[in-house]
Design a protein around this ligand. Structure first.
Ligand SMILES: C[S@@+](CC[C@H](N)C(=O)[O-])C[C@H]1O[C@@H](n2cnc3c(N)ncnc32)[C@H](O)[C@@H]1O
Length: 502
């Protein structure tokens, strides 16, 4: 048995001892907290390490219960350590997330002496969140908005780290744990692994509960097995599944309503049992991966907060730069509602604004405005203009980006070859991959040298891959938008001709 496997067994035994269980009757299982409903498995194509069903699970079934004393929160860490408590109390100006990051690093510094040691050793050592991207990976995103979001994430991490510096110093933590690298690790752990709790906006780290991988909210009705309302009454205190959902304040009302119903299906902290309770959000077959909905995220948001993205993400939104006069005309809709869906269709607000923008001002009377706000076409002529304009716009955005869809597809393929340990490529072969690969080698000091595939290099390659994957998905959406608009325009032209023939 390898070391990883052994420590995982120790972790699951420790979890059972402190009352974590995937069974209603937790006293029955002493050797592991799992085995009745779930088991830890590897899902290489959907999040890596995760939790699989060990039997058929019904929608709404309780699959994991984690008592409050097992949760890693600022309160629970501070309660076990007077020095930490005294120091934290002197830094009320720090945000709750900054405090939780310091507490987590402080807890790490205790090593085996920490109550949560069996859990802490299983937290990943590396993350791919945008804040951890280097200059090369950031530029590889290509799209200005995405580069800007990455810059913002990096500078936010830096300033939060500097602000927390004094507290870490007072706690006399080892220099390594006070470093920016350690801070990035702690804040990425919190961003990607915490669950929402009602008493601390920073959330909690939930041993075993943080092994669930992500499923985007969607239509699960096909897998429905039992009334959803049963869930709503079973967990009345379940206000939110993950802490990250709280970031989505101010989103469209429909989206919030949708997310709320998802939250209630997944679970939350329940006062009655003083535990975090997680429920199957749909029916699962034996060995299927059991997933949790962390919230409604675009691919860029998933990258920013979790360090991964989904090829198929019905919540993805593609933003393109639009004319200033269009934005001012769209004042009744927020700027972030003007986007393209992943399948290439225009958002309601975008198509409505374009309809209005492309009609002469003198014709924008009450009846036209009524049609626009109802989401209806103003006229065939106007609709053809909208589709033509959008198709041309997407075409020009695509042309202005440094690489095309087909070039990115090749680059992605080459990165996969680079990452394949079986291939053992020679330097010359690697350089033949193309200019972006050569730039990557240059940027990382490998030009002319043998590439050493150390952990650090592999991490950089993974982040670079994510950037290419993200921009490729972005470009594919624009290409789909062009097809959608052209098709719609051609259809309208043909109906116009037919009307003309009559
Ligand atoms: C709460 S953890 C889930 C467990 C995690 N796989 C582990 O090994 O600890 C969240 C992280 O898992 C990964 N992840 C979750 N869902 C994923 C998915 N659908 N595709 C790819 N990665 C995913 C991401 O790295 C994310 O930051």
């Amino acid at each position: 048995m390898d070391l990883e496997h052994q420590t995982m067994e120790t972790f699951l035994r420790w979890a059972a001892e402190i009352g974590i269980s995937d069974s209603i009757d937790s006293s029955r299982f002493r050797d592991s907290c799992l085995g009745h409903s779930l088991s830890v498995s590897d899902f290489p194509l959907a999040g890596g390490r995760g939790l699989g069903a060990v039997r058929e699970l019904k929608k709404g079934e309780l699959v994991l219960k984690v008592p409050r004393n097992a949760l890693l929160t600022t309160d629970s860490m501070v309660a076990k350590d007077q020095k930490l408590s005294d120091a934290v109390n002197l830094h009320g100006s720090l945000s709750s997330t900054q405090i939780l990051s310091v507490c987590l690093l402080y807890e790490m510094s205790k090593g085996k002496k920490s109550f949560w040691y069996p859990y802490l050793v299983h937290i990943p050592r590396d993350y791919d969140l945008l804040a951890t991207f280097g200059e090369f990976e950031k530029q590889a995103l290509q799209v200005e908005d995405a580069v800007w979001v990455t810059e913002k994430a990096i500078s936010k991490s830096q300033s939060e780290w500097k602000e927390a510096g004094m507290l870490m110093k007072e706690l006399e933590m080892k220099p390594k744990l006070q470093s920016f690298q350690a801070w990035l690790w702690a804040s990425a752990t919190i961003s990607s692994r915490t669950l929402h709790i009602p008493w601390d906006s920073a959330g909690c780290l939930c041993p075993v509960g943080d092994l669930f991988n992500y499923d985007a909210p969607g239509d699960d009705s096909s897998n429905s097995d039992g009334p959803e309302s049963a869930m709503l009454t079973a967990s009345p205190q379940a206000t939110s599944t993950t802490n990250q959902e709280c970031r989505n304040n101010g989103e469209e009302a429909g989206r919030v309503a949708e997310t709320q119903s998802e939250r209630l299906t997944d679970g939350g902290f329940e006062e009655d049992s003083n535990s975090y309770c997680l429920y199957a959000r749909r029916k699962y077959q034996l060995r299927e991966q059991v997933l949790l909905c962390y919230g409604t995220y675009t691919n860029l948001e998933l990258l920013e907060h979790y360090g991964f993205m989904l090829e198929e993400n019905s919540n993805d939104k593609v933003f393109i730069p639009l004319e200033t006069s269009l934005y001012s005309l769209a004042s009744s809709w927020p700027k972030d509602s003007l986007y393209i869906h992943q399948d290439g269709k225009l958002s309601f607000a975008l198509v409505s604004t374009l309809r209005l923008w492309l009609i002469p001002q003198s014709q924008r009377d009450k009846s036209v405005m009524r049609l626009v706000y109802a989401g209806s076409q103003i006229s065939v002529k106007n609709e053809i203009l909208v589709m033509n304009w959008m198709s041309k716009k997407c075409g020009s955005v695509l042309r202005d980006l440094p690489t095309s869809v087909s070039e990115d597809t090749v680059i992605l393929h080459n990165i996969d070859k680079l990452q394949d340990p079986e291939l053992c490529l020679e330097q010359k072969e690697i350089e033949a991959f193309g200019s972006e690969v050569r730039s990557f080698l240059d940027a990382n000091g490998f030009s002319g040298k043998t590439v050493d595939f150390s952990r650090k290099t592999n991490r950089m390659i993974s982040k670079w891959r994510l950037s290419v994957q993200w921009r490729l998905r972005y470009k594919r959406t624009l290409a789909d938008c062009i097809s959608y608009c052209n098709e719609k325009r051609n259809h309208l032209l043909s109906t116009q001709d037919r009307i003309g023939d009559l």
